[in-house]
Design a protein around this ligand. Structure first.
Ligand SMILES: Nc1ncnc2c1ncn2[C@@H]1O[C@H](COP(=O)(O)OP(=O)(O)O)[C@@H](O)[C@H]1O
Ligand SMILES: [Mg+2]
Length: 413
C-alpha cells in the first residue's frame, strides 16, 4: 500500500499496522430516535444540502504504473450532502477518496475543496478527515486518548480538549467508555471511536472508506441509520465509499456509480435504481431482467425493440435511438405483472408458463418461460397472509406476463 500522512501526522501505513484485532462484545442497541435525543451539536452548520460545491474533481486521473485506477473523473459534491461512491472492488473508489484526502496526488486533473485548488496540499492542511474501514485506533491508548490525539498534537489547551472529547463521545454515544481500550470494545464501538476522532476536528468534509465493512449484518444496518442521522444533525458533507448497493441506496443523497476507474452515472437513489443509464448500472444496482434486441421504431414516447426471435417490447430510452441500434431491454422483476390467461392478450402482454416458484416470505419469486430460449423473473409481494399453497402460482401453470412500458428501459450500452 501507499504511505500517506493523515491529519494527525501519522502515516497511514503505521496506522494500519497498529490495528488491533476485532473483538466483538455484546452491545446495547439504541434506536435512532433515542440516539437523536442524546446528540448535542458540536458544530452549528445547517443540515440542508446547499447549492454550493464542497468538493470538485476536474478530469482527475490516477495511474499506478500501468494501472489506471481513476480514469478522467469529474464530479461535484455539494455542501452538506451525503454522497456515496459505489462500485465493485477495484473500480477506483479508495483511490478517489485518498486523492481528496491528500494521501495520493492525481496523475492529472485537479481537486478543489470549497473552491480552493488543493494542488499538493498535504492531508493535515485540508479541511477533511478520513475514517478508515480498519478504524486505525491506537491499541495502547484509551478511548478518550484516541479521540483527543489530534488535538493533543496541535497543542490545544487541556480544558478545550476535555470539552471537545466529551462532545464527540456524546455525539457517537460512547459516553462512559472514556477509559476503555480498543480491545475492550465491540466492533461497532471501535467504529464509533474512529468517528469521534474524526468529528472532534470539526472537519468540513468527512471521508469514509467502507467504514461499516467490518461489522456484522445487523450492526451494519443499525450503524447505517445512525451514521445517516448523525450526518443530518451535524450537517457535515460526507463522502462515503461502499461496494454495497443497498447501503448506498439507504444512506445517500446522491450516488456516483463507478466501474473500471470511470463514473458511469451520478444521481439520487431513485434515479439510479429507476433510471439506470446503462447496462452496468442496471445490473449492479438491484436485480433486473435483460433482453437483447435491436430498435425497430418508436411508439409515442416509447422506443420499440425486437428480439432475434421476433418478440417486441416497448420501454423508455434516455435518448432517441435510430432503427437497428443494438439495445438491451431492462425491466425489474417487481415491475412485471403476472396474470391468469383470460382470452385476449393485454397490451405489452406475453403468454408463458410458470417454471419455478420461490416463496421467500416478503415476496414470491416466479420464473416464467416465454419461449424455448427465454425466461422472465417476476416478484410478487405477499400482501395477504395465507398458508394455502394454492394461493400462489404453481409450476407448470399457464400465465401471462405484462411489462408496463413506463417501468421498462431501453439501454443502448
Ligand atoms: N498503491 C497502489 N499501487 C498499485 N496499484 C494500486 C494501488 N492502489 C490501488 N491500485 C489499483 O488501482 C485500482 C483501483 O483500486 P482502489 O481505488 O483501491 O479500488 P476500490 O477502492 O474501488 O476497491 C485497482 O486495480 C488496484 O489494484
Ligand atoms: Mg477500496
Amino acid at each position: 500500500m501507499q504511505t500517506g500522512h493523515d491529519a494527525f501526522g501519522f502515516s497511514s501505513q503505521q496506522l494500519d499496522e497498529e490495528l488491533p484485532g476485532n473483538i466483538i462484545l455484546p452491545i446495547t442497541v439504541i434506536s435512532v430516535g433515542q440516539l437523536a435525543s442524546q446528540i448535542s451539536l458540536p458544530v452549528g452548520r445547517s443540515m440542508q444540502v446547499s447549492d454550493s460545491i464542497a468538493i470538485e474533481l476536474r478530469d482527475v486521473v490516477k495511474q499506478f504504473g500501468d494501472v489506471v485506477a481513476v480514469d478522467h473523473v469529474s464530479l461535484q459534491i455539494r455542501d452538506g450532502e451525503f454522497f456515496s461512491l459505489l462500485g465493485p472492488s477495484g473500480c477506483g473508489k479508495t483511490s478517489s477518496l485518498r486523492m481528496i484526502a491528500g494521501f495520493e496526488l492525481p496523475t492529472a486533473g485537479s481537486i478543489l475543496i470549497h473552491g480552493r485548488e488543493m494542488g499538493i496540499t498535504p492531508p493535515h492542511l485540508r479541511p477533511v478527515n478520513t475514517v478508515f474501514q480498519s478504524y486505525a485506533l491506537f491499541p495502547h491508548m484509551t478511548v478518550a486518548q484516541n479521540v483527543a490525539f489530534g488535538l493533543e498534537m496541535r497543542k490545544t489547551p487541556k480544558a478545550e480538549i476535555g470539552r471537545r472529547v466529551k462532545e464527540a463521545l456524546e455525539l457517537v454515544r460512547l459516553s462512559g467508555l472514556e477509559d476503555r481500550r480498543p480491545r475492550q470494545l465491540s466492533g461497532g464501538q471501535q467504529q464509533r471511536v474512529a468517528l469521534a476522532r474524526a468529528l472532534i476536528n470539526h472537519p468540513e468534509v468527512l471521508l469514509l472508506d467502507e467504514p461499516l465493512g467490518a461489522l456484522d449484518q445487523k450492526l451494519r444496518k443499525e450503524m447505517q441509520l445512525e451514521l445517516k442521522s448523525l450526518q443530518a444533525r451535524v450537517g457535515i458533507t460526507f463522502v462515503f465509499v461502499t461496494h454495497d448497493q443497498e447501503e448506498a441506496l439507504t444512506m445517500s443523497d446522491r450516488i456516483a456509480v463507478m466501474n473500471k476507474g470511470k463514473i458511469l452515472q451520478v444521481g439520487t437513489p431513485t434515479e439510479i435504481y429507476e433510471r439506470p443509464n446503462c447496462r452496468f448500472v442496471a445490473d449492479f444496482i438491484g436485480e433486473t431482467n435483460f433482453i437483447d434486441g435491436v430498435v425497430v421504431g418508436r411508439d409515442g414516447h416509447y422506443t420499440v425493440l425486437e428480439t432475434p426471435e421476433g418478440l417486441r417490447f416497448r420501454g423508455l430510452a434516455t435518448r432517441p435511438l435510430p432503427d437497428h441500434t443494438p439495445v438491451t431491454y431492462s425491466i425489474r422483476p417487481e415491475k412485471v405483472r403476472l396474470l391468469s390467461p383470460d382470452g385476449e392478450l393485454p397490451a405489452d402482454g406475453l403468454a408463458g408458463t410458470v417454471m419455478t416458484v420461490n416463496y421467500i416470505g416478503s415476496d414470491t419469486r416466479i420464473t416464467v418461460r416465454i419461449n424455448d430460449r427465454r425466461t422472465i423473473d417476476v416478484w410478487e409481494q405477499n400482501t395477504r397472509s395465507t398458508l394455502d399453497r394454492n394461493e400462489y402460482w404453481q409450476p407448470g401453470e399457464a400465465a401471462v406476463i405484462v411489462c408496463p412500458p413506463d417501468n421498462a428501459l431501453v439501454l443502448s450500452e
